[in-house]
Design a protein around this ligand. Sequence first.
Ligand code: WT7
Length: 678
Amino acid sequence: MSEKTKDVVETSEAEIAVHWQEEAYFHASPGFIGQANLTDESIFERFALKNFPDYYTEFAELLTWYKYWDEVLDSSDAPCFKWFKGGLINASYNCIDRHLKANKNKTAIHFVSELEDEAIQHITYQELYVRVNEFAALLRDTAKLKRGDRVTIHMPMSAELPITMLACSRLGVIHSVVFGGFSASACADRIVDSQSRVLITMDAYYRGGKLLNHKAVDEEACQIAAEGGQVVDTLLVWQRYPGKNSSDTPAVEGRDIIVNDELKKYYGVRVEPEKMLSEDPLFLMYTSGTTGKPKGCQHGTGGYLAYVTAMSKYIQDIHPEDVYWCMADIGWITGHSFIVYGPLALCASTVIYEGVPTYPDAGRCWRIAQALDVNIFHTAPTAIRALRKVGPDEPAKYTYNFKHMTTVGEPIEPEVWKWYQKEVGKEKAVIVDTWWQTETGGFLCSTVPGLQPMKPGSAGPGVPGIHPVIFDEDGNELPAGSGKAGNICIQNPWPGMFQTIWGDRPRFVKNYFERYCKNLDSKDWRDWPYLTGDAAVQAPDGYFRILGRIDDVINVSGHRLGTKEIESAALTVNEVAEAAVVPVAHEVKGKEPDLYVALKPGFKASDEIVKKIDEAITYQIGKIAKCRKIWIVPDMPKTRSGKIMRRVLGAISNHGDVGNVMTLANPEVVEEIKKMVG
Ligand code: WT7
């Protein structure tokens, strides 16, 4: 184990674990339990490790297959596991076509504009079918995309985004959706890495009341990608207002195609869904890790879809008659799994909201819930904290009826959980705190809402079929109730797990398995515990409490930022010699990055340099990576071997105890920095 990881687990995390107070349980109402999808306790016995992997056929049977699988799990290429091998399936068919017979007039998607006076769009399953088919034809015939090609999608929250994704999956084209708020440069990196010759965008969208020119960002992304060696030969541009251009960025002849015009050629065209192998990739989702470059998590088709459908049914408790609103952005894994694929596979109505949850005021979310009769609500602690801060009494002013709520993305403070339960859930809704990751496709830990009580601040035990374990640095298991924090791993593979890092299998093995794998040549799944990168502690009742990342990742507003990515951005500024990012606690966002930089000899600190660094970060990554403060320090605190002591900087930023710094190479600088930060 690296020196740094050891530091973290042994000091701050362990202390948190020891000082952690157990919370009392909350129980679901008999009314909820009476209607819940999963109330049969025998699930835990059926999904015991001794029955692995066959229990997962229960999940796969929720889907419609062209041909059933020959083998549930193929481990011959471990840790690149293949699920439901030999099975043939199409994700678009499962999310649309199979519902038409009974439910074609049911709403599949409610699209809510940020502008409150714009009518809500209600898109039926039949309409979704027509639009996905026509757009798939365009992708095939105009953009010349075929099975196995990658396409980058850089779109805002809109009904056209799931239409685009489902059209890709209909053709077997691997989509790579990049969060709309990412900068041109971040988008370009993903275009290059996935070798996408087609980029799909939208001309504009509303954010905080302003119509933003999004096409301009992708114009620049195309230029940067070309410099990086990947030419975008086709840029497909959806219009925010069909028939009208909302961006004044000029079109490039021969490259740009206005989708809404081009679609007229495909009126009424139908495209047969491709019969994909279960293990064919469905999409890539880039995420931050321990190195400067984001990695493309590759998710498969049959396994992923089976897993998210089962999680949507059993943990989210989605029934076809439910109106389900997940407030995440589709550009993150939560949106892929729990706005698009899971709810649509179950024939529910899913809500897509374009803008800021508190625009134009703190009551907006609850008005949407009231207008659409939303009964399942899914969001992140950062949004809950923000809503609680700006409008603690707002929910009470509206009439809506949530039966179920989710929190996801970061640890939730018990106080915030209780506000969510009382004010937003009106003491009626159950809450699930779902712990998982981009890599995992779906949930790892959560309570089963109809079977297990809730405990504020704890995610819960592993979901059925997931068998977590906490290891200390030597690989010893820390049992429930040990009071010690360690690295939480998953003992078994599962169908929703990513297949590899796109184009980088060695990194996949190194980052996620090497740490606790005893035999790197093993073909036995038991030898490949999955390292999540989180620290956790397990209470005597078996519930896991997630403490946070043990690697170089900061969780800002439930979004993952790599400290190395921010540091690399800062280092693009000529004057900067060294950069170090540390997380600082923030009351709404959870964490925020603080950036320390040391300049090259001959340069003096100035507001101008700070501004340059700030701009470089926005340029390279986007506004989401904005640092709370950029501190230009005379020198970085370092060990004698020259390693920057981020832990010391973190303690200074958080006004904590820096500990004994006398063994550092330059202890005097610690005092100087402390004075500066105050
Ligand atoms: C990291 C994954 C899960 C989808 C959205 C974020 C943290 C996630 C929880 C939770 C405490 C959580 C972990 C994890 N995290 N959910 N319920 N309680 N922490 O996906 O961007 O891949 O981030 O988010 O640290 O490793 P992601």
